[in-house]
Design a binder for this molecule. Structure first.
Ligand code: PEP
Ligand code: MG
Length: 757
């Protein structure tokens, strides 16, 4: 077998070389081989470290300090760590090795290059184990002497207290753990951060990029709240941005090391990345993910126009069956909300840690609440039942570690350390990102695996549902994790048959029509098992039926939008209505009680009453059925209370029509398109009063028009108390985030108000 050398250049390394160069080194080598823009450099291999231990004779004394160590005894742990590190630092690096490191450094741009020196640990028996952040990195190193010193410090960091603790708890034998050191061109980033190539909890193809000014360490350590960008790999669009207030940046300082600077006011809230940069980064991320065949956690940096990829490692935390607390209204008061960073649910007593020195007071089963977790807290993080932080995002280092430890965590709550009180009993839902008061009685419930794999972890109090028009899209719609279907348009099931309902009736082919409807709707009901699906009765303007067989009998109308469509047509064409009701009835009889029926274009409660009576006549148990209306005509919004008295179970704003009928703007007429304004004050006034009446009567009030897929409108709707929102498939992720953020802000504002009182 070829002997492993002491030094390997990045371009010589492949991922199989992990035992020689550690996870970080192997990944960098592999990345440069696949053409990603990796800064140049070399690795001082694990063999060099082993030689160093043997040739200096410190191997035996070193490991004897670690034998029989009780890592739960903080003092003993600190002492052993101190002795081990001193041994490594005081030993003289063999001259031959020094020479080889010096030579390699000279080859890097003539020896004047500023380098980053990074630890890359590896376990003999489990080489791809992650020791993320347990060992040190030294930035901005210039000159041979500083470089040799930094390499030795990396070696010593293998015996830091937290690293020893972490290994002991993960069951690694200290003797079998090695360390390699990556020496790499230092990139003086203007901006930098991290990227998860797919969602780190659900695995959805959403690339999450966090970035801030200066070196990436600020984001990785969680010392700054970074901007967050979400890029949908399916559509190639930036679907969400959260621009944070970035108060500090880490920059290179002199000959070695870094310093932290205040960021000037003008840059604090300036977005770090343009959409183009997000897309370019996401593309590199995709290349890495495709190459490795598994989602990656990547560090990046940008100088001018140039993107550098600094590190890539697999995300090991994507779950197929995350658990979360299912709360019903009134069960468990939400005290604080943040980002669910590590799934799972835990109840315990709050321990607020303001300084790492205080972690001695942390007991097993506590809930660690702190401004910002950092690697020094790992021993404490290991003991606790859950972790809650004020700062940080999904990709901050602390979030990664808690996921790896399997400890539920909620990060970026902004105010947990002030709202949560020491000793207080709380329940943390690491998937939803909610912190509840007390111990919740309901046990954690497993999500259906298929939904859990792809669903966003954000669960909102306002349900986020999805609109479906084609049964073929049902699986994709369900994969968004939506809370149900807020509008199933059935026109498309029929348009596909290319014959009008009248044709089926006239040709005695009623059964075919019923069967087609039954099968199409059933596909959607099956995809949303246990979740409400509101099926809308037929609503096609006469001009849309014209080209079908039977369309020649459709009347010519001056304005089909104001004509024979929706419930008014069904009431006048009982046969057409009956066929639809027959399909619903058969589905209810089959046990699909998640089916609700929604009537379009209602203008008076009498229409609802008439429709329900007809259904009853045809054998539907209308008291058991869920029946509702679309609010598309101003009269319906204005008379919503009368509709409620008439017995509707829910109402949903069809803003596509509500806008056209309120403003007298034909939704299909481009000459007046600029005047088509869903946020027109008159439309909002109608919606506002209808929501209020529905709330007063405890009736679910939703939206299924296009405005429900637009974040500004959804923010307004949530602020005004809407109970659910139904959006297009592609908009679900951003709408869910909009809803979550708005709810969070409302809770925060009310918490702040009550705090101030
Ligand atoms: C609406 O009017 O907002 C709606 C959802 O219905 P459609 O677009 O099918 O008219
Ligand atoms: Mg409509």
């Amino acid at each position: 077998m070829k002997e492993m050398p002491d030094i390997l250049w990045l371009e010589e390394i492949r991922k199989e070389d992990i035992a020689a160069v550690g996870g970080k080194g192997a990944s960098l080598g592999e990345m440069s081989s696949m053409g990603l823009p990796v800064p140049g450099g070399f690795v001082v291999t694990s063999r060099a470290f082993r030689h160093f231990l043997i040739e200096t004779g410190i191997e035996q004394p070193l490991f004897s300090h670690l034998e029989n160590l009780n890592v739960d005894d903080n003092n003993a742990l600190e002492q052993a760590s101190k002795k081990a590190r001193a041994l490594v630092m005081k030993a003289k690096m063999p001259a031959s090795l020094k020479d080889r490191i010096r030579e390699s450094y000279q080859k890097l741009n003539g020896g004047g290059m500023v380098v980053a020196v990074r630890s890359s640990a590896t376990a003999e028996d489990l080489p791809d184990a992650s020791f993320a952040g347990q060992q040190e990195t030294f930035l901005n190193i210039k000159g041979e002497k500083n470089l040799l010193d930094a390499v030795q410090k990396c070696w010593a960091s293998l015996y830091g207290a937290r690293a020893i603790y972490y290994r002991a708890k993960q069951g690694f034998d200290d003797r079998s753990v090695n360390i390699a050191v990556v020496v790499q061109q230092m990139i003086n980033s203007e901006k930098a951060g991290v990227m998860f190539t797919s969602h780190p909890v659900t695995g959805e193809p959403l690339t999450i990029i966090e970035g801030s000014w200066g070196l990436g360490e600020a984001v990785v350590s969680g010392s700054v709240s970074p901007d967050k960008y979400v890029y949908d790999q399916r559509t190639g669009n930036v679907i969400d941005k959260l621009i944070a207030q970035k108060k500090t940046e880490i920059v290179s300082d002199g000959e070695h090391g870094t310093k932290t600077l205040e960021i000037g006011k003008e840059r604090q809230e300036t977005p770090v990345l343009s959409d183009d940069e997000v897309a370019r980064l996401a593309t590199f991320g995709k290349v890495a993910e495709t190459h490795y065949g598994i989602p990656q956690d990547i560090e990046w940096s940008i100088v001018g126009e140039t993107i550098y990829i600094l590190q890539s490692r697999p995300i090991t935390t994507i779950r197929s069956g995350a658990t979360s607390v299912k709360t019903e209204t009134g069960e468990g008061k939400i005290l604080v909300k943040g980002q669910g960073a590590s799934p799972g649910v835990a109840t315990g007593r709050v321990v607020v840690i303001r300084d790492v020195k205080d972690t001695g007071s942390v007991k097993a089963g506590d809930i660690l609440v702190t401004k910002m977790t950092n690697p020094d807290m790992v021993p404490a993080m290991q003991k606790v039942a859950a972790i809650v932080t004020d700062e940080g995002g999904m990709t901050c280092h602390a979030a990664i570690v808690s996921r790896e430890l399997g400890t539920p965590a909620v990060v970026g709550t902004r105010n947990a350390t002030s709202v949560l009180k020491p000793g207080q009993l709380i329940t943390v839902d690491g998937e939803k990102g909610f912190i509840y008061e007390g111990a919740l009685e309901k046990p954690a419930q497993a999500q259906a695996p298929a939904a859990a794999i792809t669903a966003s972890p954000l669960i909102t109090a306002t349900s986020v549902k999805v609109n479906v028009s084609i049964p073929g899209a049902a699986a994709r719609a369900a994969a968004t994790g939506a809370d149900g279907v807020g509008l199933l348009r059935i026109e498309h099931l029929i348009l596909g048959l290319n014959k009008t309902p009248g044709w089926f009736i006239a040709n005695g082919r009623e059964e075919e029509f019923i069967d087609e409807l039954y099968k199409g709707i059933k596909i959607v009901l099956d995809a949303f098992n246990g979740k409400p699906v509101w099926v809308r009765t037929l609503d096609a303007p006469t001009d849309e039926f014209r080209n079908m067989a039977g369309g020649e009998n459709e009347p010519h109308e001056h304005n089909p939008m104001l004509g024979w469509r929706g419930i008014r047509r069904d009431l006048q064409s009982p046969d057409q209505f009956r066929l639809q009701v027959e399909a619903f009835k058969r589905l209810w009889e089959k046990g699909y009680d998640n089916l609700g029926v929604m009537f379009p274009m209602v203008s008076h409660p009498e229409e609802f009453i008439a429709a329900r009576e007809m259904m009853a006549e045809w054998g539907v148990d209308v008291n058991a059925a869920t029946l509702g209306v679309m609010i598309e005509i101003p009269s319906c919004a204005i008379m919503i209370e009368d509709f409620i008295h008439a017995g509707i179970d829910f109402a949903s704003f069809g803003t596509n029509d509500l806008v056209q009928y309120t403003l007298a703007i034909d939704r299909n007429n481009e000459n007046v398109a600029s005047m088509y304004q869903p946020k027109h004050p008159a439309v909002l006034a109608l919606i506002d009063q209808a929501i209020e009446v529905c709330r007063d009567h405890g009736v679910e009030c939703s939206i299924c028009g296009q405005a429900g897929s637009e974040p500004p409108m959804v923010t307004w709707l949530v602020e005004h108390g809407i109970t659910s929102v139904s959006a297009n498939i592609d908009a679900i992720a951003k709408i869910r985030e909009t809803v979550a953020r708005t709810e969070q802000r409302i809770i925060l504002e009310s918490a702040r108000r009550s705090h101030a009182e």
